[in-house]
Design a protein around this ligand. Structure first.
Ligand SMILES: [Zn+2]
Length: 215
């Protein structure tokens, strides 16, 4: 494989990018000067250096640079994000979402003030080794921990498409034992979202209604 092909393969792994778009990115990069490529690769390296994955909710977050702004003690030793370590968070609810960008749109809507958990994907309708795809065991551990600090309800918030509905069904089933033994409510965002809705692209009113009408 030559460099063009290798780079095309890399871009093809980006969400929503196909072969043709990947090629266009490569040709675009070829047309820029060396400083552009240098800056791009530095930014990518910095991104990896500056982000952590939260040990509780599994979201990626930027560690605060040392000595700038608020003290870093607030975020533990940089292993727990600022949402999970916020003492004012409503710890009675835990919302399970597919990915980071879903969490960000719910957070931006400002209608939800509880905790989050990022599942890391949706469960394909035909798939046998589901536990390798999504963080079911980690979710169960989080629920056990948070039940000690007042967790009452788990809200499943997946996109309204066949895969999202399958994931909802699958997770409900996996959590059945623990929610029953700890007497936790489990609900789903649904009403207020129309079929095909992706949480990531939902506006604030849609998220507000979906939250209000969860069942
Ligand atoms: Zn977190």
């Amino acid at each position: 494989m030559d460099t063009i092909e290798k780079l095309t393969e890399v871009f093809k792994e980006f969400p929503g990018i196909g072969e043709r778009q990947a090629k266009r990115f490569v040709y675009f990069l070829m047309s820029r000067n060396p400083a552009y490529a240098e800056n791009l690769s530095l930014l990518i390296k910095d991104l990896k250096k500056e982000i952590s994955q939260c040990k509780e909710c599994f979201r990626f977050f930027l560690r605060r640079p040392k000595g700038v702004g608020a003290p870093t003690e607030n975020v533990g030793d940089n292993k727990i994000c600022e949402i999970c370590s916020n003492p004012n968070i409503d710890s009675s609810t835990l919302m399970v979402v597919e990915k980071d960008s879903d969490l960000e749109s719910v957070r931006k809507s400002r209608f939800y003030h509880g905790k989050y958990f990022i599942l890391g994907g949706l469960v394909p309708v035909v798939e046998k080794n589901t536990k390798n795809i999504v963080r079911v065991n980690e979710l169960i551990n989080q629920i056990k921990n948070q039940a000690k600090s007042g967790l009452q309800e788990i809200i499943l918030a997946f996109s309204l498409n066949p895969q999202g509905e399958h994931t909802d069904f699958y997770i409900r089933n996996e959590l059945k034992n623990i929610t029953e033994s700890l007497d936790l409510k489990i609900s789903s965002l649904g009403r207020g979202l129309s079929t095909g809705t992706e949480l990531e692209y939902s506006d604030n009113d849609t998220i507000k209604n979906a939250l209000k009408n969860r069942q």
